[in-house]
Ligand binder design. Sequence first.
Ligand SMILES: [Zn+2]
Ligand SMILES: [Zn+2]
Length: 595
Amino acid sequence: MVEKHEKHYEDTELYRLRHSTAHVLAQAVMEMFPDETQIAIGPPIKDGFYYDFDLPRSLTPEDLRKLEKRMRQIIAGHHEFVRTFTTVKEAQKQFSDQKYKLEIIQDLFLRYENATTEQPEISFYTHDTFTDLCRGPHLEHTGQINPSGLKLLSVAGAYWRGDESNTMLQRIYGTAWSSADDLKGYLWKLEEAKKRDHRKLGAQLQLFHFSADVGSGLPMFTPKGETVRHLMESYVRDLQTRYGYKHVWTGHLVKEDLYKKSGHYQNYRAAMFPPMIDENITFRLKPMNCPSHMTLFKEMGRHSYRELPLRFAEFATLYRYEKSGELTGLTRVRSLTQDDAHIFCAPTQIESEFGLALQLIQDVLRRYHFSNYRVRLSLRGDGDKYLQDDEKWQRAESALRSALDASGITYYSETGEAAFYGPKADFMAQDVLGREWQLSTIQVDFIQPARLGLTYIGEDGQEHTPVVLHRAVTGSTERFLGVLIEHYDGAFPVWLAPVQAVIIPITDRHLDYCQKLHNNLQAHGLRTEIDTSNDRMNAKIRKAQSQRIPFMLIAGDREQQSNHISVRLRSGEELKSQTLEQFLALTQEAMASGK
Ligand SMILES: [Zn+2]
Ligand SMILES: [Zn+2]
């Protein structure tokens, strides 16, 4: 069995460390603004913690330095974290001048109202002079916080309870690690992530643009960007064909009624763009493919069990309404192209189809150099949202489990996280900076096929409803491209690089020779460019390096006379001068190996 029962973050030492550090921060802030600090909440988060404050003035970087210094003193005091319990009344008295805490106490009180205990118990944690309304857990004392593993990072605005109509608070972000080395490693990753930001690199590499004239969240791709997109899509398309998928095309506009039938209108309307009405028919921009693919399945006539499984795939650009404030680069956009597929199968085929999809996804992740990934298996919980058909669920869940066990992929399960229509598996892949991205997904669906009236004739001659697996490999081309830019630091592998080689003439005398080379390489399918600018050779090399172009071909007198090329790699390494044939063999090998 490969299922791993991972420790929840809440149960780890790091969680207690960060939570305790947040309390120490709150004490330091209260001392900085005595009687003027309103404290809100301060939880641990991934890789750190924050605490929200309502303060008389805006914090400066200098304040953060002072706060950090004071925190180190508090830490050195080895103050014990002491838990006490109290009644709502006493809690209200204790926090009588803290309006946000009073609101939280009121909420707790309402939640306790139906409880059986006469005396609802509210939990406090106190260390030194600071007391917080808090369930913990904490370290034993402040001395267990490593003062050299701690850093305050930034201040940002945050609305109380995330509601724009509430007061804007100041949120201090910090991080805490058990050693100075861990902190250093984390800060390096933060810095590196900033440098690799796909919005910045995307502009530097001239891959895509956003324009106020077109609208926010609607990216446009340059010739280079579109080259990468196309290569990504045709790679998956070829792979899908080899895995027995059929590609379909279902357009961009769909009658709203179809989404009422499928249930999306009821559950998903907020993510759709407003309707368009023509001749009393209401249309929507397509926010997902499922209803279209299922309708196509139905329109293709009566299906026999012999045709199943039937795998429909489409690279479809979908339109989803996202608030303009939530749009970021390519990771949150309003037009996205999903590498979507719907697999129509008999219930007995769930396991083998799921297993096949797992295999395909693993091929793709390997191709893109994601070697570290795990699967989150989302199972049914007790909630009402789940279709109460125990047999179907049990069969599907155990099919997913055995396919995962057979695949050898590390996975963990979460009960109560399944979609209302069936269990699902999501791939969480780590990039080179160790950041985890949710990419691929496979979801079993018992509901939509029945709602849309899909049937097939079974071996028994009777009509049956097929099960549908929804499957996406990389999620969306746009978001995945954003992830890839950061994962590769813009240095795409040779097969994916928009420009694979730049030809650099040493002087204008060599332009003809370069043009001949360019034509020749292009005829062999390589993506090449000639740098005809007036820059000096070294400047041209630097430019090509900053463009992350895999090969620089330098041509001067010597090369021209011997009909050779001098090859330089983007790493700076210089190769022996070689013939065109030798260079072509080199690129072929690099492409085949995926490097
Ligand atoms: Zn706390
Ligand atoms: Zn779907």
